[in-house]
Design a protein around this ligand. Structure first.
Ligand code: GLU
Length: 633
């Protein structure tokens, strides 16, 4: 089947509101109408009658689905099917999203679990407002700026030791986030929404190559923890492709959570088990691993709250782009970069110029992210100024259209006193390392409510530590802090560990409204600190380069995070490497992990007020799964 994705009657093209700021750039929301060629909707990769020699496959994965009545895109067909089921039974977008994340806890247990956290954006169609729920993990009260420093050396402990430790485990936020999100925006109870995931955990899913590979990647450290080995390995090995993976422990945990409620996690027996595990992880002595104990106490769980900060908002080419505010740097960094890019006329007539500006704007926004963004309940974050037009103008003037600036570039001064052009005097701050992979999903319902949801354990397999008998892994989110305090005399770091503090995230669930408060796009991705550049690049592909959303997601990516090199996928290098090198960019293959590919995005677009296109990755990380309630015929 082939279909056209252009949408001449999309709300945005009918009635664009404002225009881009300054520099007299008069592009509007009409930019979103796609003139492009018809796009073939890829069919299932599963042959109808699989040859007998092949192992059984899971449900079909389709990267694009267009239709009515609700839509979902996740990395996993089981989770997408769960969301569609909820929507079909009259649940709303938030209900579907919570049910899908619970299912991901089963089928993507290395990126989504009760032991993690994340951020969710919700567009309320009736009120035409965007809300957020911040379920970011928090540091225990006993954590200090130097908690990751080895007193013997005065240096931060090696990163891999911080990852696989109790010390790196933050107070999980997912259960509290589900509770808050459902209370404020849902229509179904948590017990009802856990049911499909319980079924999935009991009946099992078919192991695909991606699940196998993610397990194999973790095999050594999973083997070091008997509780983890028992759940996720088979005779010490990653389960075979085509085998069925069940998680009865998790099914029981979900069941009990449904019965006892979130208090069981934060003030009850399950919480005590989490704390015991973090404080004294049970390690197989034969592994030789030095696993540092954590600082978490039951009072830390009792003190945990999901937060509901306002979303960030910037206007770009007449569209309103909403994001997650700190403790994530997603909304502020994407917003600042878009504000900078709004000063330039960009478009498909000069893709290289557009990409050059993308890389330069991202470089500048990253410099400011590193210097100014942390948990706003612990450090002063000048969010309004970072997202102000005056600051964007001051930063935009540093972009030379013909020449890449030498990175790292110094941060600017978001101080409210802006000049036409100010060259910063401050020293540059380099970007700290963040783990690379978790997951993102989007849902929409028949009423037009929309969810964009990043859920995470920080990196594949989190800390590697499973709560014994409970079937879920604990996060290593606290390694998103800067582990080494700056040397005396260096600029302050807003992202040092502290008691109760949330480590700075890059997660960037993003919802775009047309100029009239109606939903247009939702997009997000995993990828650690590349999340920000991937979302930014997809928005640019869609809005400025006029690609349709499937093409915008599939297009090869590059990431510039204020580092000397631009890291890119091979397809990007093949296409634009020479032209960008001529402008002074040092373009190199993305080292990963996983090597070579950046992100695993999901998104959706309203092609008309009722017609929605859900989009997932066609190939990255094994491809994702887009579904709609009633496909367009
Ligand atoms: N720890 C990362 C962050 O919050 C998440 C990594 C990911 O989602 O890929 O920024």
């Amino acid at each position: 089947m082939s279909l056209r994705v252009s949408s001449p009657r999309s709300p945005s093209s009918r009635a664009p509101r404002g225009t881009a700021v300054a520099a007299g750039v008069a592009l509007t929301a009409a930019a979103l109408a796609v003139p492009g060629p018809a796009l073939a909707e890829p069919s299932s990769r599963r042959p109808l009658t699989p040859p007998l020699t092949q192992p059984p496959a899971g449900p079909a994965k389709r990267p694009v689905a267009t239709g009515y009545g609700g839509a979902v895109s996740t990395v996993d067909p089981y989770a997408s099917a769960v969301a569609i089921e909820v929507l079909k039974k009259g649940g709303n977008a938030m209900d579907a999203a919570v049910a899908a994340t619970a299912a991901l806890g089963v089928s993507e247990p290395y990126v989504a679990a009760l032991g993690g956290g994340g951020y969710v954006l919700y567009y309320d169609a009736r009120k035409r407002r965007v809300h957020t729920v911040d379920g970011r993990e928090a540091a225990p009260r006993r954590m200090r700026a130097d908690s990751f420093v080895d007193p013997a050396t005065g240096k931060a402990i090696p990163f891999d030791q911080a990852v696989t430790s109790g010390l790196g485990v933050g107070v999980p936020g997912t259960v509290a986030q589900w509770e808050t999100a459902l209370r404020r925006h849902g229509t179904r109870s948590l017990p009802a929404l856990l049911k499909p995931a319980i079924r999935l955990a009991e009946k099992g899913f078919v192991v695909d190559q991606e699940f196998h590979d993610q397990t194999a990647l973790n095999q050594k450290r999973f083997n070091a923890f008997p509780a983890t080995r028992e759940v996720f390995l088979r005779n010490g090995q990653a389960p075979a492709v085509g085998s069925t993976f069940r998680n009865p422990d998790l099914a029981r945990t979900y069941r009990e959570l449904a019965k006892r409620g979130p208090g069981w996690f934060y003030r009850g027996g399950l919480g005590r088990e989490v704390v015991r595990t973090v404080r004294k992880p049970k390690v197989d002595p034969a592994s030789g691993l030095n696993v540092r104990p954590g600082l978490m106490e039951t009072r830390d769980l009792a003190a945990y709250r999901a937060l509901t900060p306002r979303p960030t908002r910037v206007t770009y080419r007449g569209l309103d782009v909403y994001g997650q505010q700190p403790s994530s740097s997603g909304g502020s960094t994407i917003g600042e970069a878009l504000n900078i890019l709004g000063h330039f006329k960009l478009g498909p007539d000069d893709t290289v110029r557009t990409l050059h500006h993308y890389l330069e704007a991202s470089k500048l926004a990253y410099a400011d992210r590193g210097r100014y963004v942390g948990d706003p309940r612990h450090v002063k974050v000048p969010l309004d100024e970072l997202l102000s037009r005056g600051f964007a103008r001051e930063r935009a003037c540093l972009i030379n259209p013909d020449r890449a600036a030498t990175a790292p570039v110094p941060p600017g001064s978001p101080d409210g006193r802006y000049e036409k052009c100010r060259v910063p005097a401050a020293p540059a701050v380099s970007t700290t390392y963040e783990g690379p992979q978790t997951t993102h999903l989007v849902t929409a319902d028949k009423w037009g409510n929309v969810v964009a949801y990043n859920i995470t354990l920080e990196q594949f397999g989190g800390s590697g530590i499973t709560v014994p008998g409970r079937g879920f892994l604990l996060n290593n989110e606290l390694t998103d802090f800067t582990l080494q305090p700056p040397a005396p005399g260096s600029p302050p770091d807003p992202n040092l560990p502290g008691p109760g503090k949330r480590p700075r995230s890059s997660q960037a669930p993003t919802i775009v409204l047309d100029g009239h408060g109606r939903p247009k796009l939702a997009v997000g991705t995993p990828g650690g600190s590349t999340i920000i550049t991937t979302v930014l690049q997809i928005l640019l592909n869609r809005i400025d380069l006029r690609m349709d959303l499937p093409t915008a997601l599939a297009a090869p990516r590059a990431t510039q995070r204020n580092t000397p090199q631009v890291f890119a996928e091979q397809g990007f290098i093949d296409r634009y490497g020479t032209a960008l090198t001529a402008k002074g960019h040092d373009v190199a293959p993305f080292p990963g992990p996983p090597a070579g590919t950046i992100g695993a995005a999901t998104g959706l677009e309203f092609l008309s007020p009722r017609l929605v296109q859900a989009v997932a990755e066609p190939t990255r990380r094994g491809g994702g799964s887009a579904m709609v309630v009633r496909p367009r015929r």
